[in-house]
Write a new protein. Structure first.
Length: 116
């Protein structure tokens, strides 16, 4: 009788632990605007209104000395391609593309940063 109780108790504990540890939603955290970074992996340099912006992994940066500061995406800047993982969203009948909180609109062969 004791062994049956121990086996049942073990099964109940294992079953409850398995259901608690499964994560159903992935929370993605991106650097906040104003965060200072020392290096960027493989950035693309984009010039917009005589200002150099650095674009890497969907995050926009401005240079400050030898470091980079996370900044908002410059509205109106054009990109040839979007990074992998973008989503297509329809807003008021318009087809827009969203990636890491930045909205893009297709314009010819390019993508333009827009506000929504």
């Amino acid at each position: 009788m004791k062994t049956v109780k121990n086996i049942l108790l073990t099964l109940i504990l294992l079953g409850s632990m398995a259901s608690c540890s499964s994560q159903t939603r992935v929370v993605r955290v991106y650097p906040a605007h104003g965060t200072v970074v020392t290096t960027i992996h493989n950035p693309k340099v984009v010039v917009h209104k005589k200002t150099n912006f650095y674009f890497a992994n969907g995050v926009w940066y401005k240079a400050r000395g030898r470091k980079y500061v996370v900044s908002a995406a410059p509205v109106g800047v054009r990109l040839r391609t979007l990074p992998r993982g973008y989503r297509i969203v329809r807003v008021n009948g318009r087809k827009l593309y969203k990636y890491k909180g930045v909205w893009y609109k297709k314009s010819g062969r390019n993508f333009v940063v827009v506000t929504v």
